[in-house]
Write a protein of this length. Structure first.
Ligand SMILES: [Fe+2]
Length: 336
């Protein structure tokens, strides 16, 4: 490689952002040039306006190992296209086959969550997420009997766990609260939203380090701060009330990481272990733990629903036996 080519590649690497293959799903043509990394060099594989379909995407995946890139400034064209698909999906959720529409909506919404994590301060992306989640929660409450099918389809999509965990835990929470028959739909919707957005603070934390199982004290501390960061990001920008923000603040009350920290470190964190947990905070936390256990991590494989329930029994049964029974009853009724 001559020096001018080397320089060209070096400059290109500064301007490139990675692109998930699923960002190219459901669009008919690419709005910008797409590159793959081959032998350490960027190679143009799709020119702007090229048509794409599933067959072509399959070929691209085989040839690129899924490592795709586009220019930083051009990425927003793809985001715009995908966000338009979410808008259309939100408008037409109840038209035609609602179950299939809802499966798609959950995927579009997950992709938009990725965009929100890329730029958590973007109001358009946040507002789109709020509107889409509002419509989705209404449909989910009307279709309790389809939740298992939706869950299985969603798990099969293999979204990254950082994005999948809040979606799944919110699906479980909505079902559990609806099944408890103690809340009006409007309240359930707000708890669903709080649960969905509770991890947006992760967007400020480099997630690659959480792919490991041997976190340092400082990593753990940083991770345990994400609820506070979520609140800072969301405060005044959503219809969530102080009560919902409190739920977000304490959604890791049972975190293993907290108990592993040295005493001195624990004192410096908000002492949420000592907070009296209300039913909504407790269930948000427990649904989050179950959703986490159901997905693979780079350092462990996924648990079954039964194994997850056995685990949460260990951590909550002594203190919250009635709540635990409600959770088991819910999963037996809708997910068995
Ligand atoms: Fe979290």
């Amino acid at each position: 490689m001559d020096s001018s080519h080397y320089l060209e590649q070096y400059i290109a690497s500064l301007d490139m952002v990675p692109l998930a293959l699923r960002e190219l799903l459901n669009i008919e043509s690419v709005p910008c040039d797409i590159y793959a990394l081959k032998n350490g060099l960027f190679e143009l594989i799709l020119i702007q306006e090229s048509s794409i379909d599933k067959r072509l995407l399959g070929q691209i995946l085989n040839n690129s190992n899924g490592a795709l890139y586009t220019l930083k400034n051009e990425h927003k064209k793809i985001i715009k296209k995908q966000q338009e698909l979410l808008r259309i999906s939100t408008r037409s959720l109840s038209m035609g086959n609602t179950i299939e529409n809802t499966k798609k909506q959950m995927n579009f919404l997950t992709l938009n969550m990725y965009y929100l994590y890329l730029d958590a301060l973007d109001n358009d992306t946040l507002n789109l997420q709020l509107q889409s989640a509002h419509t989705l929660s209404k449909v989910l409450m009307e279709m309790m009997h389809t939740h298992k099918e939706l869950y299985e389809d969603y798990i099969g999509q293999k979204h990254h766990y950082i994005l999948a965990q809040p979606v799944l835990s919110s699906l479980f929470l909505l079902g559990l609260l609806k099944n408890s028959k103690t809340y009006i739909d409007q309240d359930i919707e707000a708890f669903f939203l709080a649960s969905l957005l509770k991890d947006v603070g992760m967007s400020f934390i480099p997630t690659n380090k959480f792919e490991k199982n041997n976190l340092t004290d400082s990593d753990k501390k940083q991770f345990l701060r994400h609820p506070q960061l979520s609140i800072k990001i969301l405060n005044g920008r959503t219809p969530l009330r102080p009560h919902h923000l409190k739920i977000i603040e304490h959604h890791h009350a049972f975190s293993d990481l907290r108990s592993e920290l040295s005493q001195e470190m624990q004192i410096r964190l908000n002492p949420s272990v000592n907070v009296m947990l209300g039913f909504e905070t407790l269930t948000t936390t427990i649904m989050d733990i179950i959703a986490a256990m159901l997905s693979d991590r780079p350092y462990r494989s996924a648990s079954t629903l039964l194994e997850s329930l056995e685990f949460v029994k260990k951590i909550m049964f002594d203190q919250f036996p009635t709540e635990f029974k409600l959770i088991v009853q819910f999963f037996k009724k809708y997910y068995a």
